[in-house]
Design a binder for this molecule. Structure first.
Ligand SMILES: [Zn+2]
Length: 73
């Protein structure tokens, strides 16, 4: 458990350095897991972070709802 956490932490630091150096938005470390700079360790291989996707969708839905509520008011 702690071993996995510390290796995830080490990966995050590695990724942060890679992101700073190469200015890319996202990186996949290995075929078995991915690291999102925002969410860290992701189980499995992801071309895009599913949590970021969820947040983007939630933001989109929220702004659409806000728009409807504003119009109704
Ligand atoms: Zn993410």
């Amino acid at each position: 458990m702690s071993e996995r956490l510390s290796s995830a932490e080490a990966c995050k630091q590695l990724v942060r350095r890679a992101l700073e150096r190469f200015r890319i938005p996202y990186i996949t470390m290995t075929p078995t897991f991915s690291i999102c700079p925002k969410h860290g360790y992701l189980n499995g291989e992801h071309e895009f972070c599913p949590k970021c996707d969820e947040e983007l969708l939630a933001d989109k839905n929220r702004s659409e709802t806000d728009e409807r509520e504003t119009r109704a008011a």
